[in-house]
Design a protein around this ligand. Sequence first.
Ligand code: ADP
Ligand code: MG
Length: 699
Amino acid sequence: MNNILSTPIEYLKGVGPKRGEILRKEAGIFTFGDLLNYFPFRYIDKSAYQKVRDIPHSENAVQLKGQIRGYKEVKFGKGKRLEVKFEDETGYIDLIWFKGGKWITPKLEVGGWVKVYGKAKQYGAKYNIAHPEIEFLKHENEDSLGMQAVYHSGEKLTQLGFSSKGIERIIKQLLPQIKNQIPDFLPDWLIAELNLISREEAMVQIHDPKSYDHAKKAQLRLKFEELFLLQLELLFRKEITKKKIKGIKLDKVGEHFNTFYSEHLPFELTNAQKRVIKEVRADIGSGIHMNRLLQGDVGSGKTLAALMCMLIAIDNGYQACIMAPTEILASQHYTTISKFLKKMDLKVALLTGSTKKAARKELHEQLLSGEINILCGTHALLEDIVQYKDLGLAIIDEQHRFGVAQRSRLWKKNSLPPHILVMTATPIPRTLALTFYGDLDISVIDELPPGRKSVQTTHRLESARLNVFQFVEDEIKKGRQIYIVYPLIQESETLDYQNLMDGFESISRRFPLPKYKVSIVHGKMKPADKDYEMQQFVEGKTHIMVATTVIEVGVNVPNASVMIIESSEKFGLSQLHQLRGRVGRGADQSYCILMTGYKLSEDAKKRLATMVDTNDGFKISEVDLKLRGPGDIMGTQQSGILDLKLADLARDAQLVSLARSKAQELLERDAEMNEKVHQALAHRLRVILKSRPNWSRIS
Ligand code: ADP
Ligand code: MG
């Protein structure tokens, strides 16, 4: 049916073998279909005429219609130039050609109608337009108005006649031939419901729109279809995985969960925590394997929610583990969880790289016998020797810090794979979550525990430093602790390192021993020294912690109330937000001070303003997405998904959600896509599934 679209591009009139070669090489256009899918990236509005009278007030190119009143060749340097006198009902203007006049001259006819497009320039009191685009009309009303599509081109393409205009020309050559060749694969009910135009019409209108509105409608249709197919694919894959992998059925909610909930829970759960626990419960109780992502801002109480899920696993006779990317975080989990479970008869253990050999051996045995109920730890949990009696639930904190291979090793820790809950404190916008993690189930904690004071954030210039230090002194007097963070960026590492050391020195001078104690932590220190300094701060033995971003992840010192970020314009938004999340963990009002120099880029200003404006990690991630784009946020390893041709994850957020919900609706109605109305779509989906076999990045 689609054979015209699979015709090799060189067979298109005006292309041929040599130029076909360049289209293949430089633009990836192999077939008629590829050309059709070579979409313009913007339009020039030629849907209206301007008048000669308006030229002095128009900054952009103008489009005029009128008649030729005369023409002459004028000597110009060594050559000649062509001057054409053009008139519309409001006045005259000269059209000038320095080159190419000999192609134009034969077509010129005094009194003939023309359509002209170009940018006017002023010379003295007069205006002229050099090298305008000109179209000769048979009579006054032969013209058509519209939008002109602009295409990506390049030097090599242009040399062979494929400037944007050249591409436009061959596309216009193709458009009449696609009539009745572009079947619609979206089902009629969906097209009707969303009031979409047909695929064929969209293809014509995106290249040759009658008006701006037509172009918009065409884009909408094609963007939606692109996102819809992607969501359908993701949901379909999720279902396939679920069918393939049997899950351990953890459907009992018993003694441990209930006792903890009614007797030991030190505070009321937030609604968001309750919702997450409910979602996990429904999953792990269903006999289907859970692979769920839990997103929640720093301090939103993910650990507690995770712990309650672990208790369900234990109630069903299984063990649970929680893995974190650093020793500090792992031991923090261990301490927190042990404290929560103090009054319960459960065994919690910690396994990290520094666990001593003898302790390790005992621990391995207790895991195998089932004596240990919950194991906290680092990558050490992944070693083959770590075997459980029955691991039912594995939790991964700060999932982005683990590689896919590492995560997948957790799957193998049980004959049936344990349920997996991956947690992240770096919120990503819903659009990105739906796209990049669209084959996972996603839970969100979008609410902080009550009574948490939001961190007060201010932006301070270098000139305010004395005041800032005075403020630090006052806070220390109140018994609080302070973080001061310096950027350490790879390219300028020596310089940054110097700044850090200089900063440390001047802070130590301003806050001298023995009254004040200042710690320093950075990446060049030995791990043992780093841990020692951290520990000093955690225990409240030092007042100020000067550090690089090594403290970014997860450290919990509730007594720290001030976070000062030096050269904060050098940090990205999500990093700033993570750093700020280190304070505001206790009962006291906390502060974040963003220090900068005077010169700031527009983006840096926007980042700082956003930080001052809001504490909401999801809002911040939305701004971040707009500033940086999805590629930078998700990293290059994920960029395969970004082969979106038209849709833009930053700008088309609503359309992503719509596509998701419609894809869901469709699969609820016709899970196997057997209905006749879904036949074309099912076919399309099968092709896509085959072409991208390995999709999932999280497991
Ligand atoms: P996250 O890991 O999401 O950053 P944590 O789990 O470390 O957050 O929780 C942050 C703090 O909030 C901890 O001290 C925790 O005990 C406390 N917390 C958790 N849930 C609640 C709640 N529902 N009410 C009050 N405090 C809570
Ligand atoms: Mg945490």
